[in-house]
Design a binder for this molecule. Structure first.
Ligand code: ASP
Length: 555
């Protein structure tokens, strides 16, 4: 099928017409107003507006219908009435969405980062990377401070009575936990994976077992053998299930830089990864139309399987309120304000553009699973150039977790209040710093943040067993947490785009133009603009778009 060449807008960014590839058109940056609404005077325009925002409306409606359906099923007896088999069937459409999104993550992260790193010259890469990391660090610290402040002000744990029916499992209090240092060393180990193939599905983790005879036995045999202080703890490291996305991100960036260094010799491989990435994005555009159905059943099944939701809300209501309020303040005020101050653009229009991935984050509780949809939307709805979004978003989805840092701070203060431990200044600073650092290590998966919460609790000597209270309501808090995590990544990409626009930072240096010239002599069929950001993102030094000329010369 002949595919029309994508159009370049005045800024040289190509609006991908994914309908040409069989996918939906999400709108382009050429006329965001027309797509985002607010311009419709006649019936025709209203219809066009509705059609342009159909996916967003469907996704938001899916969340609402999912909640209503879940509450309805819960009222009719919930999981008990349905039985395990029917509950699984009820959750199946949601499970399918998660599987589809997870399937996409590996090729997307690796190919987009290799392409993204290769399309920026090393100095631009350094500057873009440094700005992005600075933004991620500052916003995460702000989120942590907000979390601590809210928890200290609202005191969610002060009037809390745990009672005898604790949700702590009988073995939980004896489970050996690892040291703070181990967690940070694991983080560094995962940045440098020893085996790339195994990094695609396993990460490194240090653990402790209570006695020598336990090594090699099952965890169940080992975890209840006595108090930690009374037994000899054996430390051992092993690969555990779960993609080592941090290691893959690091490898892909360095590999992209190396490819660029190769010059013309690396061009073919860069084009390969870009094509791979573009094909993956076409798959994403197809999956997007399934997202509303998947989200509806993800939300509904989660609510349906919850027991004693009312009891949990009564007991942990203040803690939930603290987290949700913090996420709302950070997501609706702090981040938009930062975006407005630096980009001088309407942050809420930006948010509207990423509504579908935000709803997906809510439904899936996973930043990684939301990444494909987020890339598509920031590029096509919010006008972020591909080489920015494909470089920044995978990094953001891996290391930038404002929502996780915020909820971890609330949780730490909550557990301190629960145990009557007063937090002095040093402890508060420790919580802030460790929450920011441990959010980097949190995986972009459901409950990823709860796992690294142990680092903070260990750092300020709070009982790790109380995590069970946090876990009891994590199915809800994790959703708003994930929404904030991915929102922070998107704003980071948007801010970088405006930084690049303002500084007229060339995405390609003369060295790269040379690469392109060499390539144009190549007898192999040349990539269309869709296939190669190197060819389509170049803007002349005076800020004029050379993309069109470039395109003409290669077509
Ligand atoms: N679920 C979150 C995410 O994927 C991580 C967390 O638990 O905080 O971003």
């Amino acid at each position: 099928m002949a595919v029309d060449p994508p159009k370049a807008d005045p800024k040289g960014v190509v609006a991908v017409d994914s309908t040409a590839n069989g996918g939906p058109t999400l709108g382009s940056r050429e006329d965001p107003g027309a797509k985002a609404g607010g311009c419709c005077s006649s019936q025709d325009q209203v219809r066009r507006c509705l059609r342009a925002n159909l996916l967003v409306l469907l996704t938001v409606a899916a969340v609402v219908v999912g909640v209503v359906l879940g509450v309805g099923v819960s009222a009719a007896g919930g999981a008990d009435a349905l039985g395990p088999a029917r509950l699984t069937a009820f959750a199946f459409p949601g499970e399918l969405l998660l599987r589809l999104l997870k399937m996409i993550i590996l090729p997307l992260v690796v190919c987009s980062l290799i392409g993204g790193a290769a399309s920026l010259d090393p100095s631009a890469l350094g500057r873009v990377g440094a700005w992005a990391l600075l933004f991620f660090l500052v916003t995460t610290l702000l989120a942590s401070a907000l979390g601590v402040g809210l928890a200290l002000a609202l005191k969610p744990g002060a009037a809390f009575t745990a009672g005898n029916d604790s949700v702590v499992d009988t073995c939980g209090h004896n489970a050996p936990t690892k040291e703070v240092l181990d967690s940070f060393l694991d983080l560094v180990r995962n940045i440098f994976p020893s085996n790339l193939v195994s990094a695609a599905f396993r990460s490194f983790s240090t653990s402790y077992v209570p006695s020598q005879k336990c090594i090699g036995n099952t965890t169940e045999t080992c975890s209840c053998t006595g108090q930690r202080e009374n037994v000899t703890m054996i430390q051992f490291g092993r690969e555990v299930e779960g993609m080592n996305i941090l290691g893959l991100v690091m490898f892909a960036i360095v590999f992209g830089v190396a490819l660029r260094k190769l010059g013309p010799e690396g061009e073919l491989l860069i084009r390969f990864f870009n094509s791979f990435n573009d094909a993956t994005m076409v798959l994403v555009s197809w999956i997007m139309w399934y997202a509303p159905i998947g989200i509806l059943f993800l939300v509904a099944s989660k609510i349906a399987e919850m027991k004693d939701v009312r009891q949990l809300f009564i007991r942990l209501g203040k803690y939930i309120l603290c987290c949700l309020l913090g996420h709302a303040i950070h997501g609706l005020l702090v981040l938009p304000l930062i975006y407005f101050l630096f980009a001088r653009k309407n942050p809420y229009r930006f948010l509207w553009g990423i509504m579908t991935p935000l709803a997906t984050a809510f439904g899936t509780s996973s930043s990684s699973a939301t990444l494909p949809l987020m890339m598509k939307c920031v590029e096509e709805k919010n006008g972020v150039a591909k080489h920015i979004s494909r470089f920044i978003l995978p990094i953001g989805a891996t290391v930038n977790m404002d929502g996780a840092a915020l909820f971890q701070c609330v949780a730490a203060v909550f557990i301190a209040q629960l145990n009557g431990v007063s937090l002095d200044f040093v402890k508060i600073i420790t919580i802030l710093v460790t929450a920011t650092a441990s959010s980097v290590g949190a995986a972009g998966i459901p409950a990823g943040g709860v796992l690294t919460l142990t680092i903070i609790l260990e750092a300020v000597s709070l009982p790790v067993k109380d995590i069970s209270w946090i876990l009891a309501v994590d199915w809800l808090v994790d959703r708003s947490c994930t929404v904030l995590n991915v929102e922070g990544d998107a704003f980071g990409a948007g801010l970088l785009q405006s930084y690049v626009d303002r500084t007229k930072m060339p995405s390609s240096e003369p060295e790269l133009i040379q690469v392109k010239n060499e390539v144009s002599l190549n007898p192999l069929p040349l990539a269309t603009e869709e296939g190669n950001p190197l060819l389509k993102q170049y803007r002349g030094p005076a800020g004029d778009s050379s993309a069109t000329c470039e395109k003409e010369s290669v077509m």
